[in-house]
Design a protein around this ligand. Structure first.
Ligand SMILES: [Zn+2]
Length: 88
């Protein structure tokens, strides 16, 4: 009966907070845990800050690439017009 109680307690233990998202350092119950976006635990502010910067860099890359594709289409229009003038 005792072993049943123990295994039940083991099943109830949450496992999603057991390691830092960035460096995979084990997170103890007595150590500080820094949460980010509600579900990502980190062992330190440095690790969390790095994850935030990674996410922001990814979002910035998206914006830059969409801007670039607009510039590229403008340039190719200019090239096409120039080609037309030359062939005429
Ligand atoms: Zn960490």
């Amino acid at each position: 009966m005792r072993s049943d109680a123990l295994s039940y307690a083991g099943c109830e233990e949450p496992h999603f907070l057991e390691a830092c998202t960035l460096c995979s350092k084990p997170l103890g119950h007595n150590s500080d845990i820094y949460m980010y976006r509600g579900n990502k635990p980190f062992c330190s502010q440095e690790c969390r800050q790095e994850q935030i910067e990674n996410d922001e860099a990814g979002e910035r890359r998206w914006k830059v690439s969409s801007k670039k594709s607009k510039e590229t289409s403008k340039k190719s229009e200019t090239v096409q017009t120039g080609t037309l003038v030359v062939s005429n």
